[in-house]
Design a protein around this ligand. Structure first.
Ligand code: URA
Length: 239
């Protein structure tokens, strides 16, 4: 038995904000087992009770949020005929309809958010929202001041439009090597690698450090995952 307040049940299922669903309940739009319920604090059993809102049955699907420290060598997909997938690293994932939010290349490591919250995934990936993603990149080549300016202002990578402005934080630099943190606000195919290529270098190692307000937990070993904290979930939802 899994009991919770009726208003939480409805807002978890994204019927509306907590205050919108309270209004709906008070206005008599919500029934539990065919009985009108006007108390937002009414306790429902998420597995047994039949909740309907404005005549539509609402099935409770628990939302799960995990961060995975993706290792190299696994593909970001729910299934693949040839290679091992990130989902195989979450042994208790089955039946939860989980999917990775965005894609990291097979050889890219680092932060991957995995959830069944479709609305959050959509918001984080929406091209209009410009969610910041920070990568640590080790590169072969020389990073000139002009190259930094190009990366910062937007660079042609063979698409219709140049990339949006990025933030560059050079960490180390020698004659034929540099390491930097690069923050981008888009999610184009192989974007970081193509940006580096466009300024004459090549990425030899790539790791995602953060996405929006969510940072990779430094204590999470490569290949491991953990559930997000309530605070981390709230941070991602309120940006
Ligand atoms: N940019 C890339 O080139 N690869 C990734 O995996 C992510 C961003």
């Amino acid at each position: 038995m899994n009991r919770m307040r009726l208003d939480k049940f409805l807002s978890d299922m994204q019927i509306g904000t907590r205050s919108t669903v309270k209004d709906l309940i008070k206005k008599g739009q919500v029934s539990v087992n065919d009985t009108l319920v006007k108390n937002p604090g009414f306790q429902v059993d998420t597995e047994q009770d039949l909740v309907t809102c404005m005549g539509n049955p609402i099935t409770y699907q628990r939302l799960y949020y995990y961060m995975l420290h993706k290792p190299g060598g696994v593909v970001t997909a729910t299934r693949d005929h040839h290679a091992s997938t990130v989902m195989a690293l979450l042994p208790d994932a089955s039946g939860k309809h989980l999917a990775p939010v965005g894609r990291l290349d097979k050889d890219t490591e680092g932060l991957l958010l995995i959830t069944n919250d479709g609305e959050l995934a959509h918001n984080l990936l929406s091209p209009n929202r410009h969610v910041e993603k920070t990568y640590y990149a080790e590169c072969r080549g020389t990073l000139t001041a002009d190259a930094v300016t190009l990366l910062e202002n937007g660079v042609e990578i063979g698409d219709e439009t140049p990339t949006r402005p990025a933030k560059v934080n050079v960490l180390t630099q020698s004659a034929d090597f540099y390491a930097m943190e690069l923050t981008i606000t888009e999610g184009r195919y192989h974007q970081v690698k193509r940006m580096v290529q466009a300024v004459g270098g090549s990425v030899t190692y790539l790791k995602r450090l953060s996405m929006g307000t969510l940072s990779l937990d430094e204590n999470l070993p490569k290949g491991s995952y953990r559930a997000l904290t309530e605070q981390e979930i709230a941070g991602l939802k309120t940006r």
